[in-house]
Structures are given as structure tokens and as C-alpha cells.
Design a protein around this ligand. Structure first.
Ligand SMILES: NC(=O)c1ccc[n+]([C@@H]2O[C@H](COP(=O)([O-])OP(=O)(O)OC[C@H]3O[C@@H](n4cnc5c(N)ncnc54)[C@H](O)[C@@H]3O)[C@@H](O)[C@H]2O)c1
Length: 436
């Protein structure tokens, strides 16, 4: 497994748990040293136990040097990062190509090289070209096998996927892939055998579709606020239709995270390059970008006044619960906007504060939700961590300034409960009501 980040580490540990012998490789010596000591560099529920069990069973180990493990391997996964390229939004494939070059030099015997990273259509062709350029006689098949796991539920997703996409025309490679995924196959997870280019595009199409669903319901939420309708009931009303489905219909502050923003952008670029512009996805990305900052205006509306000199408490910083990942989290542009409007920002996140401190130097980080709320004029719920769902509202009110406002960007509270307790309450796409 080349690249031991979220995807490489989770996939490596799960493949080891299936009974395969796995070596996770990473260039980051600190990460590998930590893993060898038994420390897990990311927060992912259940991952530390899974790694420990498989290390003990000698099915999983970690190294910075790919030569020996690649030489011995039947299958080599490339799971390195593919961030947005600075300036133009194309996927930056330099890590993938560098890994392909290094892998090529170490190959021995028939080996399946699998791109697990999310890569634009045609990348597999280039990976194959690089390998053949480095090792003209390499006995290799290059496969696309995109990963659909979600951070926060990554092990469950990897072990119980809705589908496994395998993109190759090579029969030997299909055989190796079927062996690798046999435990899931037995569990009836469908394996979808496709061409390599199709597999690459399936991943982007899936993420773009989900981003579209989120953005659609977010715009419906805006309309609900104007016309006095309730977006949660709209979501239920349409989600019960099997053709639509209930998932990804939660209105909120806009999508973020390590995948949707960069993958929608990369897909837009691919469409433009091939003169098949994806106008729906282009609009989705633009609408979502504008939304994150616009959420700050909700706080102004709730307080009915300028934020200058006001204190705002922010609960939840990571892009979603159960991860410490801060990449493209909606909390970042929101907090920047609050600062720009003159507010002082205090924040608390159960797991993500260490990562957040590096990105948000002007924020005062607090030990818990009640400390965070101290003397705050408004409290904003940005990430729906479980522990924020049942806050002691009276304690919160005592901690906050007079006439406190709660801006619930995840709709986890009932308006009437908060208004009864004397809060000004603002949520997303539900009729706006003032209390106090
Ligand atoms: N994070 C997710 O939820 C998720 C889900 C599905 C797909 N993906 C895709 O999977 C890929 C990896 O994402 P991630 O979140 O795991 O990234 P990450 O940044 O967490 O990890 C990438 C790792 O690769 C290492 N690396 C880079 N070049 C290397 C090389 N030549 N040799 C060895 N190691 C190298 C880096 O040091 C880093 O540890 C991306 O393409 C991403 O879009 C991510």
C-alpha cells in the first residue's frame, strides 16, 4: 500500500484483517515511526484496535522503503494524495506519478498495480506509460479501483461497501482483484467490472452527484426561509421517494472535507478540457463556495446587530463528526468571515482542535462546550458531534451573555425547545423565530 493516509491506512488494515499480508509504505518517516510505536496518526473509530490486532498477527507492517515489499507483492495499491493543483483546480497528480515511477523500479514478476487514489479519467493510461518507460519488460497490469469510504465510518464502509469498482480489461488482474476482495464478495458486495477509464470516472460522478444533492437541499433551505416552509419536512417528503432517497438531503453550511471540494473542481476541469462542460457541477461548486461565508450573515441576523465587539462561540470545527480532518472544513471560511466582521471567536471541537489550531491562529480554543459558551453573544453549532445533541441548555444560557442566540447550522435542536428557554434561535431552512 503506497501512501499511508486515511485511505491507505484504513484499506491496508482492512486487507490485513481479511487475511492478506500487507505492508503500508509512506514517505513521511514520522508517520511510519509513530505507526511502528503503535500510535495511529489519524482519528478514525476502531482503527487503532484493527491495526494493533493485525500487527500482532504479523499481517501488517509499516515502512518508508517500498523496494522490498513491492518486489514481493502480487498487488501494489497507490493511495497517495491527489489534492487540487494550486491555481487551476486540476487534480495534482505529481504524487501518483512519482509513486508509479518508484513502484516500477522495484517490480518483480507479475504484479497488479492498482490506483486507489481518486484520479482523473486517463490517469491509469499515464501510470501504465510511466511504468513501461521505466521498466519496458515489466509484467504488469494497471487497474483502477476507486475508494468510496467515508471518514468517520471508514472501516464499516470498507468492509461493507455498496459496491467494489474494478476497472481493467486484463483477466489475470481481475482474478487477483477478486482474490483480494473475496471476503466481501462472499458477503455479496457487488463487484462491478468495468473498463479502466469508466472506473476512474465513476468515482468523480459519484462525488459530484452527492455534492449536487447537498447543494440542492441547501438552496431549497434558503427558499424555505423566505417562504416560511420547513426544509427538513421537504427532505423527508422527497427522500421517501425511492427514486430520490433520503441520504445527503440534510441542509447545512455547505459541503467541505478532503474530497467533495477538490473532486468537483477536478471533474469540472476534465469536462472543460474535453469540451463537455459539466454546467450542473460548475454551478454546484460556485453555490457551495458562496454559502460557507454566507453562514456568517445568519449570526448577524440572529443578533440583529453588527458583530463588532461581539463574542461568538463555535461548536464543532472538523468538516464532519468522528474525524479530526480539517481539510476544507466549512468552519474555516465561516470563522474567517466572523473575524472580518469584527467578532471575537472562541471554539471547541472534541477531536479536531490540534489540527484546527494550525489553521485558525486567531481563535481562542476551549476545553469544552460550556467554557466555549462563556460570555458569548451567539453560539454556532457547525459540526454535529454527538455530544452537542444533548447540551444542558440552562447551563449554556447561564454561561452566555444576556439575550443569547444559538445558530444551529445542523438543525439538531427543536426551535420551540430553545425559544422556551429564552434563546434567540436560528437554524437552516426552518421558519425563523425569535425568543428571549
Ligand atoms: N480521505 C477520504 O475520505 C477519501 C475517500 C475516498 C478516496 N480518497 C482519495 O484517496 C487518496 C488519498 O487520500 P487520503 O485522504 O488518504 O490522503 P492523505 O493525504 O491522508 O494521505 C496520503 C499519504 O500519501 C503519502 N505519500 C505521498 N507520496 C508518496 C510516495 N511517493 N510514497 C509513499 N507515500 C507517499 C503522504 O505522505 C500521505 O501520508 C486521494 O486521491 C483521495 O481523493 C480519499
Amino acid at each position: 500500500m503506497i501512501g499511508t493516509g486515511y485511505v491507505g491506512l484504513v484499506s491496508g488494515a482492512c486487507f490485513a484483517d481479511f487475511g492478506h499480508r500487507v505492508t503500508c509504505v509512506d514517505k513521511d518517516a514520522g508517520k511510519i515511526a509513530a505507526l511502528r510505536r503503535g500510535a495511529v496518526p489519524i482519528y478514525e473509530p476502531g482503527l487503532d484496535d484493527l491495526i494493533a490486532t493485525n500487527v500482532r498477527a504479523e499481517r501488517l507492517d509499516f515502512t518508508t522503503d517500498l523496494k522490498a515489499p513491492v518486489c514481493d507483492a502480487d498487488a501494489v495499491f497507490i493511495a497517495v494524495g491527489t489534492p487540487s493543483r494550486r491555481g487551476d483546480g486540476h487534480a495534482d497528480l505529481s504524487y501518483v506519478y512519482a509513486a508509479a515511477r518508484e513502484v516500477a523500479a522495484a517490480l518483480d514478476g507479475f504484479t497488479v498495480v492498482i490506483t486507489k487514489s481518486t484520479v482523473p479519467v486517463g490517469t491509469g493510461d499515464e501510470v501504465e506509460r510511466i511504468i513501461r518507460e521505466t521498466r519496458p519488460n515489466a509484467n504488469v497490469a494497471v487497474v483502477s479501483n476507486p475508494e468510496f469510504l467515508r471518514e468517520g465510518a471508514a472501516i464499516q464502509d470498507f468492509k461493507h461497501p455498496d459496491r467494489i469498482v474494478v476497472g481493467t480489461d486484463d483477466a489475470r488482474a481481475r482474478q487477483v482483484m477478486a482474490e483480494l476482495y473475496r471476503p466481501l464478495y462472499i458477503n455479496q458486495s457487488p463487484i462491478l467490472n468495468t473498463g479502466r477509464r469508466t472506473a476512474e470516472l465513476i468515482k468523480y460522478a459519484a462525488n459530484a452527484f452527492l455534492a449536487t444533492k447537498i447543494t440542492f437541499i441547501n438552496e431549497m433551505a434558503d427558499l424555505c426561509e423566505r417562504v416560511g416552509a420547513d426544509v427538513q419536512e421537504i427532505a423527508r417528503g422527497i427522500g421517501l421517494d425511492n427514486r430520490i432517497g433520503a441520504k445527503f438531503l440534510h441542509a447545512g453550511p455547505g459541503y467541505g472535507g478532503s474530497c467533495f471540494p477538490k473532486d468537483t473542481l477536478a471533474l469540472i476541469k476534465t469536462g472543460q478540457d474535453h469540451e463537455a462542460p459539466l454546467r450542473v457541477v460548475e454551478t454546484v461548486a460556485a453555490v457551495n463556495d458562496a454559502r460557507k461565508r454566507a453562514m456568517a450573515r445568519k449570526i448577524v441576523a440572529a443578533l440583529g446587530a453588527s458583530l463588532r465587539g461581539k463574542t461568538v462561540a463555535v461548536l464543532g470545527l472538523t468538516f464532519k463528526p468522528n474525524t479530526d480532518d480539517m481539510r476544507d472544513a466549512p468552519s474555516i471560511p465561516l470563522i474567517t468571515a466572523l473575524h472580518d466582521m469584527g467578532a471575537t471567536v472562541r471554539a471547541y471541537d472534541p477531536i479536531g482542535m490540534e489540527q484546527a489550531k494550525m489553521l485558525l491562529p486567531e481563535v481562542t480554543f476551549c476545553e469544552g462546550p460550556y467554557e466555549c459558551a462563556e460570555n458569548a453573544h451567539a453560539l454556532v453549532i457547525v459540526t454535529e458531534w454527538e455530544q452537542f445533541r444533548a447540551l444542558d441548555l440552562d447551563r449554556l444560557k447561564r454561561a452566555m451573555a444576556l439575550q443569547p442566540a444559538i445558530v444551529d447550522l445542523r438543525n439538531i435542536y427543536l426551535p420551540e425547545d430553545l425559544i422556551k428557554r429564552g434563546f434567540i434561535y436560528e437554524s437552516v431552512g426552518r421558519p425563523r423565530t425569535k425568543g428571549g
